[in-house]
Ligand binder design. Sequence first.
Ligand code: GLA
Length: 407
Amino acid sequence: MNQDTLNLTHNSNDDINAMSQTVAQSDIIALLEQTFVEHFGYAATQISHAPGRVNLIGDHTDYNGGFVLPAAINFGTWMAGKARNDRTINVVALDCDGERISFSLDDIAFDKVSSWSNYVRGSLIALAKALPDFGGADLVVKGNVPRGAGLSSSASFEVVTLKTMAALYDLPLSGVQAALMGQQAENEFVGCNCGIMDQMISAMGKQHNAMLLDCRSLDIQYARMPEDLAIIIVNSNVKRGLVDSEYNTRRKQCEQAAALLGKTSLRDVTLAELNAAKADLEPILYRRAHHVISESLRTCDMLAALNRHDMAQISTLMAESHDSLKNDFEVTTSQLDILVSLLADKLGEYGGARMTGGGFGGCVVALTERSHVDNVLATLAEDYHAATGLKADVYLCHAVDGAFVAV
Ligand code: GLA
């Protein structure tokens, strides 16, 4: 059992399935090495890692050029690799029943059957456009980011792929470049119109720090997380539905609102300007824009609150963020609302809770001092189950470094 599993077994009953990194990092590396030899008959020369993320505040602001404040978490994706002397890419996915796919770098096509492989394919297309000086590779991948939970398993897959190829071929790939290529893979190949947050934090995260990202300039400001602050992530286990279509609709509504206000992006609109134009906007567009503009302001305020260790302000900002995502942006579900209100009741002024990520299911995040964690989680399971009939998974997290070459 590794460090991350500690404290997670304290729930007396099974209603909270205390999710842990059931396989420690060293065990994952050993498994990758062993599988690699079994498949390819020789040893891997590199093993890289890219983390998943939790967003502490600032959702649906990234594609509006606004601010986000995520942290890279201690759940991620590992990839073992060795360069080949031809143009073939072989990938074995341990989390997909050890499935193995192959393709040529000269003919990268969308894979409708093994859809997981499109993250590799799309990332390599993006890499080839900017840094084409690489050839084939044998790869084995394994992750422990819960899939479909909104914790960026796909961004970590893209970033680890790029990081591995850069290590194998000694390519001068910066973290920001890797993030942009990962986003390009999602936008242009996988078909998800996401912003830049997930890939940037996976590539550029910093241990013990949250990362304020200006999604327009890509400027980064790290904020040290207070030592005694715990990041609690609770998975509602609501399968995220309609994510892509609703996500794209929200993006379009934001663009429409900005255009009606005479700007290219909501980043350039102040709350005063929005309110002055309220009568001219359809109510739904006003509410969408109101969320985005106010959320970006809250995100910057949160950085200051974290730096001051001001729990009461953190609590207020997270509550306001959730309400805004619920009422103005309409991306929460009843179960997410219930989880947040259960957590907020238990936390009071001693911490905050909000949905995190794209919404429509997935996870909520709570911040509180470590001394409150047991108390906060004590009856959460029963209460959530009684209200929804669902079980919650809890992940106790801490902020880790962005992508790195491990071996
Ligand atoms: C998803 C997207 C991100 C971001 C969030 C919402 O995670 O991938 O780019 O837009 O939703 O903040």
